[in-house]
Design a binder for this molecule. Structure first.
Ligand code: HGY
Ligand code: MN
Ligand code: MN
Length: 437
């Protein structure tokens, strides 16, 4: 197999780093090697442009839709057959690793370049896709591009989403030059497969090269504001205080304890993270009057997510009733868990076994664009190992030989999905009608 996919990933890593330093091995990483590709930034524009150029070099027909999703299409024998789509995202969280999202884009591109080199002609068209805004780093909601594509979020509402600085997403995308006239839609798509790094410790600890995702956790993200009373830190007796930070600390520890209890009593997938905390006025000798925290709750069961949220709301109710705090809770994200398609799972298993690779079924604790797409189209995911399970960190790493194995399994899966005469389930049946995609 060619190593051009490795060059693509090294280059994308450079384009996302202020230092532009290249990382060819895990030893090249240090704390300053974080990647940050956010929608609306030069790094994002250059990275997407880099993939557009590689798609064109590969002879793909390149299109962009109105929310900034990018598609590179390889025609099949039957242009009306359901599209087989594969890809991921290029945007990243801040101070990120170089594989989250980018690995799935590079893998999908490499799969079609391999088919072209082998003169493999698919029956179904195959499309490499790059979803806009998976991480929600520019705007406070994740997977916006794939949700609009799947029709689970309105295009006009998405384009009006605002960044923390008040810029409108539609204006950011227009300024980047990476939006097109294509109406987002999946009516002509039959299958979707996303390769992604596991971002967890399972595959690495078991020395298993391939993960086959059966389900993706749901997520509820809350922004909670607690208003107490700003006052003098020296002259205000403890019994007269309404210290918003002490109240927030109670919410944070109650949330952590409950999540641990659910994790211990369940399958361990329940997690809750307080990932930001703003204290006002946050100045010496002043009792904090107001605190704002963000809470990320996830699990494979929507019921557990609801129970965790209810527990947090009960603690907030006590703070209001017993201690006179005022609180508000904003639900920023509330995405349900999804089960992926057993036919695609079997197809991935067949491709892994044909490649002589050990694979294991598993759940995803991270959310992905596949979650949105699976609401409309038969979807599967392939995981490749993350070294020490580390992700969303400059030290995120996947060994090249593991990625090579993942790409081989993705290529075999896309071949099976795009030719009904290969073993396994027949190629996709058209879902819906029309050609809005
Ligand atoms: O947060 C996540 O699970 C993903 O990386 N957006
Ligand atoms: Mn991520
Ligand atoms: Mn990701």
């Amino acid at each position: 197999m060619s190593t051009r996919w490795k060059e693509d990933l090294v280059r994308l890593g450079q384009l996302g780093r202020p230092s532009r330093r290249a990382a060819y091995s895990r030893e090249d990483l240090d704390a300053s090697m974080g990647v940050f590709r956010m929608e609306g930034t030069a790094e994002m524009r250059e990275s997407r442009q880099y993939i557009i150029e590689r798609m064109r070099e590969a002879g793909l027909d390149v299109r962009l839709d109105r929310i900034g999703n990018l598609f590179g299409r390889m025609e099949g024998e039957d242009p009306k057959a359901p599209v087989v789509m594969s890809g991921s995202h290029l945007d990243s969280v801040s101070n990120a690793g170089m594989f989250d999202g980018a690995a799935g884009v590079a893998a999908a591109l490499e799969a079609v370049r391999t088919m072209r080199d082998e003169r493999f002609t698919p029956r179904n068209p195959i499309e490499v896709c790059v979803f806009m805004g998976e991480e929600g780093s520019a705007i406070p909601e994740a997977c916006v591009g794939s949700q609009v594509l799947a029709g689970v979020r309105r295009l006009d509402e998405a384009l009006d989403l605002k960044t923390a600085q008040g810029s409108r997403l539609g204006d950011l995308l227009a300024a980047s030059g990476h939006v097109g006239a294509l109406m987002p839609g999946l009516d002509d798509v039959g299958w979707f497969v996303e390769l992604h790094i596991e971002q967890g410790p399972v595959l690495c600890s078991e020395d298993t090269p391939v993960g086959i995702v059966e389900s993706i956790a749901g997520i509820t993200y809350l922004v909670i504001t607690i208003e107490g009373e700003e006052n003098h830190a020296g002259s205000t007796p403890m019994r007269l205080r309404r210290d918003a930070l002490v109240a927030a600390a109670r919410v944070i520890s109650a949330c952590d304890q409950k999540a641990r209890a659910f994790a211990e009593s369940g399958d361990g997938s329940a997690v809750a993270t307080v990932d930001c905390c703003t204290v006002l006025p946050g100045a010496p000798s002043i009792i904090p009057g107001s605190v704002r925290i963000g809470i990320d709750i996830r699990d494979g069961s929507a019921g557990t997510i609801r129970a965790l949220r209810r527990h947090i709301e009960a603690v907030l109710g006590e703070l209001e009733k017993d201690y006179g705090f005022r609180t508000t809770t904003e639900i920023v994200m509330d995405y349900p868990p999804v089960e992926l398609d057993q036919r695609v799972i079997r197809m991935i298993e067949s491709a892994a076994s044909a490649a002589g690779l050990r694979a294991r079924r598993m759940a995803s604790g991270a959310i992905h664009d596949a979650q949105s797409i699976a609401r409309k189209v038969s979807t599967g995911m392939i995981f490749v190992p993350s070294v020490r399970g580390v992700s969303h960190s400059p030290f995120e790493w996947t060994e090249w030989n593991d990625l090579e194995k993942g790409i081989a399994v993705l290529t075999g899966t896309l071949k099976r999905l795009s030719r009904s005469d290969l073993e396994g389930e027949p190629a996709g049946t058209l879902r819906g009608g029309g050609d809005a995609h």
